[in-house]
Design a protein around this ligand. Structure first.
Ligand code: ZN
Length: 615
């Protein structure tokens, strides 16, 4: 949430500018780009056919067999907070040449893909996609968690050794004091790591607006991860990967592409008669529950980016991710990466992971049933289409394995759910802490004492519904861990809205039944060194409040609206069609590894999606 808050704080008074002209120009440019991209696939195919000539010493038959099973590029597209039902709610409105229609038509689509872990947040989801493993295995148990040793909250992609006084890690292109993130908290290997274990000539690159969206899917042995700095407007990276930004990235930044969209206006994609679809499918543009946000932007279209191209003052960069322009920029950067790194240009399979973050920011701000989410979804279809067209022209889609998914879904805004009679609502952290502390004092406090001798038993940090005990204090007073866990679990269950409470002992001793869907998902999100001692789950449609910041919509629960995401794989070795079998994004990595005929990532728990493989 902190990142979100910083960006929200960066929001300032909206200033009208050359927005209309600019957005028209942008549309024209993107149309021209996709038109170009569509004209050249035949030429590209010819080139690749030549390049795929049998290597010396191999028989022609053997070489051609290898050529059909070994794609040159693995393109993984993650759209942050893209719910599976968006494909159905808006699918008929996707463009005939758009990306999502193409993926659904030519790919194998699993319609019942669910994350089988909690919490359903960005970092755990992105880590799962390319490791094929749960947070309990990847160690990425949340976006941020309480680090017992450090005694503070740490972030998933913060480097454990990134201490300013050491000056060890540098962020290239970032602002002063901006974090030089790294994948060092990720324990498991990714598909890209395995590819580069076999052959270091393969390149693995991760791209996103968020650091975690770029770093976690690409992995520890990636060549590079790039993300967007809201402080400088640059695409940035760190000396975890190299000693300076590659020349093409420096050139990209020097052209100031982000500045050029400042002052632009985000208007609805569908116009004329089709514009009626917004009201019909997403309701009014500014329902009362959108007023929860503390940002200074408006609830109605058009949404204007502050600043102008000649007056980039940082306010625009901080708000960019609340608009589809952020995704346009990522497509542009991904195309530059493919071109300049020659991704997919030879037989050594490369991996490019692209995670679009703007959908998540817009979803948090306006909720899944808003006109804004509908519009950014329609635009994402076009943006993925532009990316696929480019890959087709450069690499050939017949030489590419494409996977499409999301890191989590999202719940309706609780006030919206309540208005419909569902169990919507927000649970205050203070109520939980009070219930826990009162119960602990009643059970373990010394009789007749004014001072609460149990005051330091529970850590002040209640984060992601994880409660932590102060193990030093418990040892000092000879408190039985299992007993205090039980006392606290029973106490927090009395707080309205808390649905379940799991103790460390339960999770560590295997007493959770696999048939308990919520329990299993909690277990898959539990890492003994990083997780708390009592873990709570809210009732469906309810949110735990983190501090005083009221975010309109969010995710994190074990319920369908947060776990159900798209899962499409397209390319060689895949049998196009719709598959209703239960699946999970953890199945993507082992399935890709199977098609690529390489070792699955170290901690893979997902299955190979055999029903969608061609015989
Ligand atoms: Zn996310």
């Amino acid at each position: 949430m902190t990142h979100q808050r910083a960006r929200a704080a960066a929001a300032a008074a909206v200033r009208p500018g050359l927005s209309l002209i600019l957005s028209t120009l942008l549309v024209l440019i993107s149309v021209a780009t996709s038109a170009n991209a569509q004209t050249s696939p035949r030429a590209a195919r010819r080139t690749t056919a030549n390049a795929a000539a049998p290597p010396a010493g191999a028989t022609a038959a053997r070489a051609s067999q290898t050529a059909t099973v070994r794609p040159r590029l693995v393109l993984v597209i993650v759209v942050d907070q893209f719910r599976a039902d968006y494909l159905e709610r808006f699918g008929d409105l996707f463009a005939p040449q758009g990306g999502l229609r193409r993926l659904a038509r030519d790919g194998a689509q699993w319609t019942n893909a669910n994350y089988d872990h909690m919490p359903t947040y960005t970092a755990p989801g992105h880590a799962t996609v390319m490791t094929g493993a749960w947070p309990s295995e990847t160690g990425i148990i949340a976006n941020d968690w309480y680090d017992r040793d450090a005694g503070r909250i740490v972030s998933n992609a913060s480097d454990p050794e990134d201490k300013p006084e050491r000056g060890r890690w540098q962020l290239f292109g970032g602002g002063a004091n901006e974090r030089a993130s790294s994948p060092r908290r990720l324990i498991a290997s990714t598909l890209g790591d395995e590819i580069r274990l076999v052959n270091n000539r393969s390149k693995v690159i991760g791209i996103s607006s968020k650091d975690r969206g770029a770093i976690l899917p690409s992995g520890r042995h990636a060549n590079a991860a790039y993300w967007f700095s809201p402080l400088t407007g640059n695409m940035v990276s760190t000396n975890y990967y190299f000693n300076e930004l590659p020349a093409w990235v420096a050139r990209y930044n020097e052209a100031r592409p982000a500045d050029k969209v400042c002052g632009s206006e985000w208007t609805r994609l569908l116009t004329g008669q089709a514009a009626g679809e917004y009201e019909r499918r997403a309701g009014a543009d500014a329902p009362p529950w959108e007023n929860i946000a503390t940002t200074s932007d408006t609830n109605t279209f058009p949404h204007k980016l502050p600043g102008s191209p000649t007056d980039a003052d940082g306010k625009c960069w901080g708000m960019l991710d609340y608009t589809p322009f952020s995704n346009d920029l990522l497509v542009k950067f991904a195309q530059a990466a493919i071109e300049n790194e020659a991704l997919g240009s030879d037989a050594d399979t490369d991996v490019l992971t692209v995670s679009f973050s703007a959908n998540d920011y817009v979803g948090h701000r306006f909720g899944p049933y808003s006109q804004e989410v509908m519009d950014i979804t329609l635009r994402t279809d076009g943006q993925i289409g532009a990316l696929l067209n480019y890959v087709n022209a450069k690499v050939g889609l017949q030489n590419t394995l494409v996977a499409f998914t999301a890191d989590h879904g999202v719940a309706p805004i609780p006030e919206h759910a309540s208005a419909l009679g569902l169990t919507g609502g927000r649970i205050g952290n203070t109520d939980i802490m009070n219930a826990a502390r009162n119960a602990v004092r009643a059970r373990f406090g010394r009789k007749g004492e004014d001072k609460d001798s149990t005051a330091d038993y529970i850590s002040d940090t209640l984060y992601n519904a994880n409660l932590f005990f102060n193990t030093v204090a418990l040892k000092r007073d000879g408190i039985n861990r299992e007993e205090i866990e039980r006392v606290v679990a029973e106490a927090v269950l009395t707080v309205p809205g808390v649905n379940r409470a799991f103790t460390r002992t339960q999770l560590e001793t295997g007493s959770i039944s696999a048939g308990d869907n919520i329990g299993r998902r909690v277990l898959h999100g539990f890492h003994p060194r990083r997780s708390g001692d009592v873990i709570m789950v809210q009732e469906p449609f309810k949110y735990f409040s983190e501090g005083t910041f009221a975010i309109p919509a969010t995710h994190g629960s074990p319920y369908s609206y947060d776990t159900h995401v798209p899962l499409i794989i397209m390319g060689q070795g895949v049998a196009a069609g719709r598959y209703a079998q239960a699946s999970t994004p953890a199945d993507i990595a082992p399935t890709l590894a199977s098609i690529l005929r390489i070792q699955a990532p170290s901690n893979t728990v997902g299955r190979v999606l055999v029903e969608g493989l061609s015989k």
